[in-house]
Design a protein around this ligand. Structure first.
Ligand SMILES: C[S@@+](CC[C@H](N)C(=O)[O-])C[C@H]1O[C@@H](n2cnc3c(N)ncnc32)[C@H](O)[C@@H]1O
Length: 340
């Protein structure tokens, strides 16, 4: 409580300083302040207390650009829309809407956290994915647009099964937020989807998304390693497992490296350790292999440039399988398809 009061009076003092500053939204001299409990902010930034929406957006986007955001205007608008509970278009139509003190404080807090590179998706609590608003927190990877390609390909394959009157049985391995599993279930009501993860806290987020989109009867969340918890045979395995090489982790952008869970990123030396473990389990563990009947398919998201290394793993573990690579819109290796 005391800490909260101190923070409030601290914020008020700096707000007063900011109001006096000639430049709206001025950066004050370096004064450490907690950054969402995860480290000190290198600066304090405050809005003029008489700011309206338009002036606040301008000041915030200026500061976010200086702090290194690639899309400062978009960030400032998304955060403001979240604070006011309105759409982005509403904001553009109401630039002279006056902000209350509470709204200003809320907005300042979010902008400061964004200046520390905290991802916007964690600040607002969701990320758009495949037309859905997927709930996220810092226990799960933020779903990426490139993963939509994986969903599209799996859906195309699953729809063929539906045409043959076979309800597709799919497992999403390493489900994280449940983005892939929920997108598949929403798009294909005939599908039965298992979703596994070793992280219980990730599965708790996935459960929120399953509930939010009303697909609890289709999607079964299963804690455990890779394919181990899957109860029976499936037609399709889809997996966006960690594939960043451990040696590359320190070089990731700050907003990824400092905020997203390591367990969702770290693919071991070279990046293909977890995927390799999954392929090895299919090859060597009869209790896993029996869940993948002949003709079943495995769709894997991989990193740019990992295609040939993965081809080598497939030749090593599953020499009888067919292997193909799909490129993303930037012509980079993105999805590997293995047909057993
Ligand atoms: C890159 S994230 C992908 C999350 C989500 N599928 C997506 O595409 O947004 C990888 C996920 O795999 C999970 N994971 C890592 N190792 C695993 C393993 N051995 N078995 C199951 N899940 C694993 C992590 O906890 C994380 O949630």
């Amino acid at each position: 409580m005391n800490r909260q009061l101190n923070r409030q009076s601290f914020a008020r003092a700096h707000s007063a300083m900011a109001a006096a500053a000639a430049d709206e939204g001025a950066v004050q001299p370096a004064v450490p302040e907690p950054c969402n409990g995860s480290g000190p902010l290198p600066f304090v930034w405050s809005l003029d207390r008489s700011s309206d929406v338009g002036r606040a957006l301008l000041a915030a986007s200026r500061r976010l650009r200086e702090a290194g955001s690639d899309v400062p205007q978009l960030d400032s608008v998304v955060l403001m829309a979240h604070v006011l509970g309105v759409s982005k278009t509403w904001l553009y139509a109401h630039p002279s809407r006056q902000l209350t003190e509470g709204e200003i404080e809320h907005y300042e807090g979010l902008v400061r956290r964004r200046m520390c590179h905290e991802p916007v998706a964690y600040l607002v609590g969701y990320k758009s994915f495949f037309g859905l608003d997927i709930t996220v927190d810092n226990q799960v990877l933020i779903p990426r647009p490139e993963t939509e390609l994986l969903v599209e390909r799996v859906l195309a394959c699953a729809r063929e099964l539906v045409h043959e009157d076979r309800p597709p049985r799919i497992v999403d391995v390493g489900t994280g937020s449940g983005a892939i599993a929920v997108a598949l279930a929403v798009s294909l009501p005939q599908a039965i989807v298992y979703a596994t993860d070793v992280s219980d806290s990730a599965l708790a987020v996935a459960a929120q998304n399953v509930w939010r989109y009303g697909v609890g009867e289709q999607v079964q969340l299963l804690p455990g390693n890779l394919l181990d918890p899957v109860p029976g045979p499936v037609d399709i395995v889809v997996a966006n497992l960690p594939y960043v090489a451990s040696e590359d982790l320190p070089h990731l952008p700050e907003q990824v490296r400092d905020y997203e869970p390591v367990i969702a990123l770290d693919g071991g030396p070279g990046g293909l350790s977890v995927i390799g473990e999954a392929l090895r389990s299919v090859a060597e563990q009869p209790c896993v292999r029996e869940k993948l009947p002949p003709g079943s398919r495995i769709y894997l998201e991989i990193g740019a440039g990992q295609g040939q290394a993965l081809r080598g793993l497939v030749e090593q573990f599953l020499p009888e399988a067919q292997f193909s690579l799909l490129l993303d819109y930037a012509d980079l290796d993105r999805v590997a398809v293995i047909t057993l």
